[in-house]
Design a protein around this ligand. Structure first.
Ligand code: FEO
Length: 395
């Protein structure tokens, strides 16, 4: 069933309850997702975004409950990524009278995906399309999160459609924020921000300022995934501004991978030192952690104490995805230290230090190495390390 947001404005997308990964296996989606497409019926009719290709029949069926797709005047593709544009070929077959509206970069990326030579109408910041009573107003939003990303605002109804921004991979039976479980919504909103938006967090504040400078009233923020923010559009804007500053707080994480328990014992002893200083922290075995959930933990931490056993002159490969993310997601305002056990050479600790430094993490003390299994004095040194980091976080 379509869901009416405001008179003549409908959600016509699809809920994907079963999807457990996005971007291949890059992003876990424990709670599924939704592909939000919106139909705006005015004197002219516009479809804003489509859905993943396999959901095209659902999209077209929902549209047909409202209008004959052949009556659609504009199909707006805000972004080329296939979760939104995947149904374009099918939709355009059923909308022969529609103009395809894209961002300037979208004219290249969507053509690059589909090679159809469609008749694109590129729009940029400030461009408007009148639907009769109300207008669509466009804002380029390059790198939030792709170069072709574009925001759309609907006058009169005061709805901001920011495409992937403010989204969540969160399948729900309802479409609005006030209908969702608050804890689940908060978890998925943060996870989405960290794993998708955070690398471009320096653009978030300025883009929000730009949009607010237009002076538009915003009754709803309708993203392309998850629930629509109608109860608290101002709150999610404020939340994004705060997250974009990456202040990090005072938590610590002890993150490790261990072969024969030696590095794990070190990790636990470091955790005891953090407890000694009443430092909020977690000790996490990264080899069994969900990578994307872990990124959300990392986002909220100020100190990252990272350890691994040494194997083949380096760390355990279980550490590699996290180290790649630390660099790729561009976390800021973090301090770090390394630790690890070894038998013949302590190469893992050196490697971790290099990787953390390369990711912009300030290394605050020399790495801690333990040969074979930790003796009492090794564990005492680990506990001291934990206390030192804890005291730094209090300062
Ligand atoms: Fe939800 Fe960037 O696509």
């Amino acid at each position: 069933m379509p869901v009416e947001l405001k008179p003549g404005v409908y959600w016509v997308g699809a809920v994907d309850w079963g999807v457990r990964f996005f971007h291949g296996h890059e992003l876990s989606t424990h709670r599924g997702t939704s592909y939000n497409a919106y139909l705006i019926v005015d004197e002219k009719i516009a479809l804003l975004d489509t859905v993943r290709a396999s959901f095209a029949p659902e999209l077209l069926a929902r549209i047909r409950e409202i209008v004959d797709p052949a009556k659609i005047d504009y199909v707006i593709a805000a972004h080329a990524e296939p979760d939104h544009s995947g149904s374009l070929p099918e939709v355009l077959r059923h909308t022969p009278n529609a103009q395809l509206v894209v961002s300037k970069q979208g004219a290249k990326s969507i053509e690059g995906y589909f090679h159809q030579g469609w008749d694109y109408k590129p729009v940029g910041t400030g461009d408007r399309i009148s639907l009769g009573q109300n207008e669509l107003v466009f804002t380029e939003a390059a790198f939030l999160h792709w170069p072709d990303s574009m925001f759309t605002y609907l006058t009169g109804h005061n709805i901001w459609f920011p495409n992937d921004a403010f989204g969540q991979h969160f399948a729900t039976p309802f479409r609005f924020d006030d209908e969702a479980c608050p804890e689940e919504l908060a978890t998925e909103t943060l996870k989405y921000f960290v794993n998708i938006i955070n690398p471009y967090s320096h653009l978030v504040g300025p883009k929000i300022e730009e949009v607010l400078s237009f002076g538009w009233p915003i009754d709803m923020i309708a993203p392309s995934h998850g629930v629509i923010w109608r109860k608290s559009p101002a709150e999610i804007i404020a939340q994004y501004r705060e997250w974009a500053e990456q202040k990090s707080g005072k938590r610590a994480l002890v993150l490790y991978a261990s072969m024969w328990e030696a590095t794990r014992k070190m990790a636990d002893a470091i955790g005891e030192g953090l407890t000694d200083t009443n430092t909020n922290h977690k000790v996490i075995d990264v080899s069994t952690a969900d990578r994307n959930d872990l990124n959300a933990e990392i986002f909220n931490a100020r100190a990252l104490i990272v350890g691994s056993s040494t194997i083949n002159k380096g760390p355990l490969p279980d550490l590699a995805p996290m180290l790649i993310d630390l660099k790729g997601l561009k976390f800021k305002n973090k301090i770090g230290a390394a630790f690890g056990s070894y038998g013949w050479s302590a190469d893992a600790v050196k490697y971790i230090e290099e990787q953390l430094s390369g990711a912009g993490i300030e290394m605050v003390r020399p790495g801690l190495k333990c040969r074979w299994q930790p003796a009492a004095e090794d564990l005492a040194a680990c506990r001291t390390l934990g206390r030192e980091i804890g005291e730094m976080l209090k300062a």
